[in-house]
Ligand binder design. Sequence first.
Ligand code: C2E
Ligand code: MG
Ligand code: MG
Ligand code: MG
Length: 285
Amino acid sequence: HAKEQGRGRYRFFDAELRTRAVRKLALDVRLRHALERGELEVYYQPQVETGSRRVVATEALLRWPDGRGGFVASPGEFIPLAEETGLILPLGDWVMESVCRQAHAWRDQGLPPLSLSFNVSSLQFGQRDFVASLRGALDRSRLDARRIGLELTESVLLEDVDEGIRRMEGLKEMGVQLMIDDFGTGYSSLAYLRRFPLDYLKVAQEFVRGLETNPQDASIVDAVIALSKTLGLKVIAEGVETQGQLDYLVERRCDLIQGFYFGPALPADDFVALLEQGPIWTMRS
Ligand code: C2E
Ligand code: MG
Ligand code: MG
Ligand code: MG
């Protein structure tokens, strides 16, 4: 009896695994096509400076619209898939190119200067020609590199540390801003951190979420802010949703705030409309 049950369960898992694998495969093919057909979009989420209370920067986030007002899948689903299949390389190039083009267009439109950051996957950062292709994209858009930020995860710092540092130094020479995304969720050691030519740490959303309810999360956020100050870096909190979280972070002099409290990532035109509505902070509080 037990054996039969066991076999049944095995078949169940087998079927489920197969369903998942098929969905992944199908999604990968669709994503490839979406990229080729120009169906992907870059959305922009505001980042508000606590000192000036202004939107001074924005994070570019990839979106896959389904053409009916929704999305085919979230980045949380298709980015890891693209990393598995290598599609993240052309995808990442496309995001880089789009962000540079957008920055150029906004400057042409006379928008006040903004910093734009985008996410760089470890695989992309590890490409030999990464620095050169970013330089190419910046040149084509005739952009000031200081307006562009790269969000790296701690995993890029793990592979070949010395090569990673050389690459970061090359980027710093160009003037590009370097940030560690989701700081505290990976495995980077403090000794390495000191050697990286960074500009920003981003406090991971999972610690911000618990700020008001979990004293341990609050302690971690305090520690990341203190560490940033010690290392001479600026600090961004992401995932800020409530007044309480905002107040906590402002009191501790967190430099930039990003989260649904001020607004989600928006299509470029809606993002500009948001900026043109006037002061985002006083509107909310
Ligand atoms: P991330 O870089 O840490 O981006 C922050 C994520 O948190 C975004 O999710 C954003 O929409 C979401 N978020 C922002 N504020 C709030 C908030 O107040 N509450 C909550 N619950 N969420 C908030 P998204 O856009 O779904 O992206 C998820 C992850 O996918 C990103 O995390 C990033 O790791 C990756 N990703 C997105 N776009 C790209 C891209 O162009 N290239 C690469 N390599 N990765 C990307
Ligand atoms: Mg990010
Ligand atoms: Mg993040
Ligand atoms: Mg995150």
